[in-house]
Design a protein around this ligand. Structure first.
Ligand SMILES: Cc1cc2nc3c(=O)[nH]c(=O)nc-3n(C[C@H](O)[C@H](O)[C@H](O)COP(=O)(O)OP(=O)(O)OC[C@H]3O[C@@H](n4cnc5c(N)ncnc54)[C@H](O)[C@@H]3O)c2cc1C
Length: 498
């Protein structure tokens, strides 16, 4: 069996430790864990030294659960490792990396329903779907998350205000609980688990096979309007005026703008082309017409771009870069153009490894979600505070949201702001202190946080933004499905077990 082989192979160079579980269990695979390796948060802000197992089948995942139950070993699942903080690392146990559990099993072109193993990535989904005129209903700003990771965090896209989170497009999934039961879950079957595992940040069990309804498209391109907004007021006004006429909306904010320019930025609104409007369809759905360009200006390989960005990675440099980006918006202001789905959706993947420009330090992303009545006031206060503390976000992204029915959802009827901050061991205390101050502003305005992005929340904060009954239900379900509390990540320990 592959897990056993992997374990045995990796273990060759180390002295195998006697495994107490072997004696107790007749059928337990001979588990010798591989040497611990560094498993890092996407933002490079934390890591664990963990033994990593890479199962390729349901059976192997079941065996890992058996092993963990008998040896009282803690497990953290990991998909693409795209969570910015410690959501997929484990300082006190095994990391189960599901990225090799990644087959697309079935697709029905009539209904658009695709069945896949939970390690399938968004990249696999769109590349599989687009030539058949289908696109994933919800995608994140990067294409590397897996379905399992996306469901655990219940990810949102730039179309959240219109179509909700990914959970709302899931027809059904099978779910392995730490007790060893496989449940079929849908909005009608095992509803409790369906609505809690989606958003349950990997703490209730393992997503196995997932059925997702893909979205029909009638062009490989979208129509995009770039719009300059001179302050928060203009940005909010545009979103409110346009969201009903848009499929996707995203705002970029220059966090260095102040005074009457506080919140200045650029919006990209887009719509899917309706049936019959695109003469180049279906040709422009071919993969070769969708892939992101590999070179910048046709010359510099994209993978080197972060090296060119590095000289600007200090506050004044970033102030200049943000200002130039804002000014450049005027050149194309309100001039619509068409753009491929992948190009529009995965802007951040244009520059592979862009996060390395934060080295030798690291980064955190601070994303808050505020009800629409208070959002402008809250973001104005947050931006002013950052400027006062002289720790200004290098990249800030604005989105509109709607509520959804999942237990620990981050979404609200309102707006979010995702702010990237540089940090290092030298500045860590100051950056974290700023995050704590921002927490109080977010909570004062009735806002929420998102575990996929979090690196700084403290114990007691979730109790202040999740409804009491939701947390109670979550803890009760955790006890029922995972009575030995096998599933633990560093994030879970940080916010709930401290
Ligand atoms: C550049 C960038 C842009 C992003 N843009 C967005 C965005 O626009 N919208 C958004 O919502 N998010 C966004 N994200 C965040 C990202 O979508 C989430 O963190 C997502 O959960 C990552 O999926 P993953 O497969 O990498 O999971 P990981 O980060 O590896 O794990 C996330 C969680 O899922 C659990 N998990 C993983 N697989 C399984 C499984 N099979 N069963 C049970 N639990 C499992 C893990 O234990 C962990 O708790 C972005 C991230 C990056 C780096």
């Amino acid at each position: 069996m592959a897990v056993k082989k992997q374990i045995a192979k990796k273990a060759k160079k180390q002295t195998p430790k006697a495994n107490p579980a072997k004696k107790k269990l007749v059928n337990l695979p001979e588990v010798i864990l591989p040497s611990p390796e560094k498993v890092e948060a996407w933002g490079m802000n934390s890591f664990s030294m963990s033994s990593v197992l890479k199962p390729t089948s349901e059976k192997e995942i079941e065996e890992i659960f058996q092993y963990a139950a008998y040896t009282d070993t803690k497990i953290a699942f990991r998909g693409g490792g795209c969570s910015y903080g410690d959501a997929a690392i484990n300082s006190e146990g095994i990391v189960v990396d599901l990225s090799n559990y990644n087959k697309i099993i079935d697709f029905d072109p009539k209904s658009g329903i695709l069945t896949a193993e939970s390690g399938v990535t968004i990249k696999q989904l769109w590349e599989f779907g687009i030539e058949k005129s289908f696109w994933p209903p919800v995608v994140s700003g990067t294409m590397f998350p897996t379905l399992g990771g996306a469901l655990s965090m219940n990810i949102h896209g730039k179309n959240n205000f219109a179509v909700g989170t990914i959970g709302e497009h899931i027809q059904e999934f099978t779910f392995l609980t730490p007790k060893g039961n496989i449940l079929n879950c849908s909005p009608k079957k095992n509803q409790d688990v369906f609505y809690s595992a989606i958003s349950g940040f990997g703490m209730l069990g393992c997503f196995l096979e997932v059925k997702i309804k893909m979205k029909k498209i009638y062009s490989g391109k979208m129509k995009v309007w770039p719009v300059v907004t001179r302050n928060f007021q203009e940005m909010f006004d545009y979103f409110e005026a346009e969201y009903k006429n848009s499929d996707y909306l995203v705002g970029w904010v220059d966090a260095f703008g102040s005074g009457k320019n506080l919140g200045r930025g650029l919006i990209h609104k887009s719509i899917n082309l309706p049936k019959g409007e695109d003469p180049d369809f279906p040709d422009n759905c071919k993969l070769e017409n969708q892939d992101l360009p590999t070179r910048f200006l046709g010359i510099i390989p994209k993978s080197w771009m972060w090296v060119f960005m590095k000289p600007f990675s200090f506050p004044l440099g970033m102030r200049i870069v943000n200002y130039l980006k804002y000014l450049s918006g005027f050149l194309s202001n309100n001039k619509p153009y068409t753009q491929g789905h992948a190009e529009y959706s995965f802007l951040l993947d244009y520059v592979p490894n862009w996060k390395y420009m934060y080295k030798p330090g690291y980064m955190i992303q601070y994303q808050s979600f505020i009800p629409k009545e208070n959002a402008q006031e809250a973001f104005e206060e947050i931006f002013a505070l950052c400027q006062k503390r002289k720790i200004v976000s290098w990249l800030a992204v604005f989105k509109k949201h709607k509520p959804d029915p999942f237990l620990l959802t981050h979404s609200v009827d309102g707006y979010s702001m995702a702010m990237d901050f540089p940090a290092s061991d030298r500045t860590r205390e100051k950056v974290w202190a700023l995050a704590y101050e921002m927490d109080e502003i977010v909570l004062k305005y009735g806002g929420k946080f998102y575990f996929a992005k979090d690196a700084t929340l403290r114990p007691g904060i979730p109790e202040r933004f999740f409804p009491k009954e939701n947390l109670k239900k979550f803890h009760a379900l955790k006890k029922k499905l995972d009575p030995k509390s096998i599933l633990q990540t560093d994030l879970y320990k940080r916010i709930f077990l401290n």
